[in-house]
Design a protein around this ligand. Structure first.
Ligand SMILES: Nc1ncnc2c1ncn2[C@@H]1O[C@H](COP(=O)(O)OP(=O)(O)OP(=O)(O)O)[C@@H](O)[C@H]1O
Ligand SMILES: [Mg+2]
Length: 433
């Protein structure tokens, strides 16, 4: 009646009721917060990378010849910048785009993305490249030079070109033998060839001066020639990134728009944060998970700033540390982290003994068919994880001599941790570590 008084026709009322009914039905049909939470997982590479257009352009310029006159030279470029600045995501996206462009032009080009932190030598890096390029080169018994020659020959036979990203290249610069570093940085100085089929992208978190310090003069000057910097993200940039990623991950309207502003001010470089997009996305994800729980319990209806405040104040720092370290930890360290998380979950306590962790770890190793590391090595790994701030340790009794015997993640959400660890371990298994 009230509506009639306002002059609204019956038809309009019916229509609006119908709309309301549709809305109600759609909510009941699809309850929840996340449309697709995997879109917020750290390893997911989105189709668009806001604020990395410039880096993308620079990469394209440096690799132009791969399409225009393939084989005429070998590109070599260093992407450098701090944690979570989009280096890996940009390289992977570039790989997708350039291989598609090449195939449209009739150039046979493939992309390989190697995490050097899971390799110990130039030979094992090259083996991984060979696997990802799908080449059939006999794998056993050959040294680096013979293997490289065989690989190049196979590429000649198949008339194949490649863009190869050597990600986590710091681990090569800091841990590999001098000649192995040299082989990966100056590949075509060793293997002269008229047709240069391999092109390299090196990814580093070090500053240029520090990169050069790990190399001899010539190699250093090579590495300096083509570089692309990835600066830490500013608040405004993170705002756009979060908003875009949220559109993919959440139902429309579920996230209060102030949430993006709040997180970007927390993490933005210009606001005193470290400009790490992975961290910003992890906070958004954790806030979403918390809101989801509260919505189920009828205590909230959307993702709000208070959820962000709760996750960023209380915990999740451990989760973020783990996320940041996933790339450079080896599979045994990842399995140890998983064992700690499982141990804490099974015992329901704040700390779990290393003995307990070791038992879980052995179980995990045997289920994966891996040889577990020795007791002393496990202690070493745990203390290393502690010194990086990924886990916390404490000794049994005050004053007692000996090593730390209890370990914890602080207040990190164990299910989220287990979730990301599971994926990282599966990925490492895929690359055959
Ligand atoms: N411009 C962007 N737009 C959307 N998502 C982004 C952007 N930059 C980074 N991300 C996301 O942030 C996370 C971290 O990015 P990425 O892994 O590429 O960082 P990185 O520079 O390689 O960091 P690290 O040095 O720690 O390996 C990823 O989940 C990535 O998808
Ligand atoms: Mg990376």
């Amino acid at each position: 009646m009230f509506l009639f008084n306002l002059g609204v026709s019956i038809r309009a009322v019916n229509e609006s009721m119908f709309n309301l009914r549709e809305i109600a039905e759609s909510i009941i049909r699809k309850p929840g917060v996340f449309l697709d939470e995997t879109k917020l997982y750290p390893e997911y590479v989105p189709d668009v990378l806001p604020h990395r257009e410039e880096q993308f352009k620079q990469l394209t310029k440096m690799f132009k010849h791969v399409i225009i006159s393939p084989g005429s030279s070998s590109a070599r470029v260093v992407l450098y910048g701090s944690l979570g600045t989009g280096k890996t995501a940009t390289a992977i996206s570039f790989g997708k785009v350039i291989t598609r462009l090449a195939s449209e032009k009739g150039v046979k080009l493939r992309y390989a993305h190697v995490n050097c932190a899971s390799s110990k030598s130039a030979l094992s890096v090259l083996r991984e490249i060979k696997n990802q390029l799908g080449l059939s080169v006999p794998d056993r018994g050959l040294g680096f030079p013979e293997f490289a020659q065989a690989l190049l020959k196979e590429m000649d036979m198949e008339d194949l070109y490649a863009v190869v990203t050597l990600d986590e290249f710091d681990s090569v610069l800091l841990n590999f033998k001098t000649e192995d570093k040299y082989s990966l940085v100056r590949f075509y100085d060793i293997f002269h060839s008229e047709v240069m089929r391999l092109n390299f992208i090196y990814i580093s978190r070090m500053r240029l001066n520090d990169i050069i310090r790990t190399l001899d003069e010539i190699s250093g000057s090579y590495m300096m020639r083509n570089t692309i910097v990835f600066n830490p993200y500013k608040s405004k940039e993170l705002y756009d990134i979060l908003k875009y990623r949220a559109e993919e991950a959440f139902y429309p309207g579920v996230v209060d728009s102030e949430v993006f502003e709040y997180i970007s001010n927390l993490v933005g470089y210009d606001a005193g944060g470290d400009g790490n997009a992975r961290k910003a996305l992890a906070i958004l994800y954790a806030a979403g998970k918390l809101a989801e729980k509260e919505i189920e319990e009828g205590r909230a209806s959307r993702v709000l700033v208070e959820h962000v405040r709760a996750v960023s104040a209380s915990e999740d720092l451990s989760l973020i540390h783990v996320l940041d370290s996933l790339n450079y930890l080896n599979i045994h360290q990842l399995l140890l982290l998983k064992s700690i998380a499982l141990g804490l979950k099974e015992t329901g306590s704040n700390y779990v003994s290393i003995g307990y962790v070791e038992d879980v770890y052995k179980r995990l190793c045997s289920s994966l068919g891996l040889e577990p590391r020795k007791h002393t090595q496990i202690y070493y790994y745990v203390s290393e994880l502690a010194s990086r701030g990924i886990v916390m340790t404490k000794k049994t009794l005050k004053g007692r001599r000996g090593r730390s015997s209890y370990v914890s993640f602080g207040a990190a959400p164990l299910d989220s941790l287990l979730n990301v660890l599971e994926k990282a371990i599966a990925m490492r298994r895929e690359v055959g570590e």
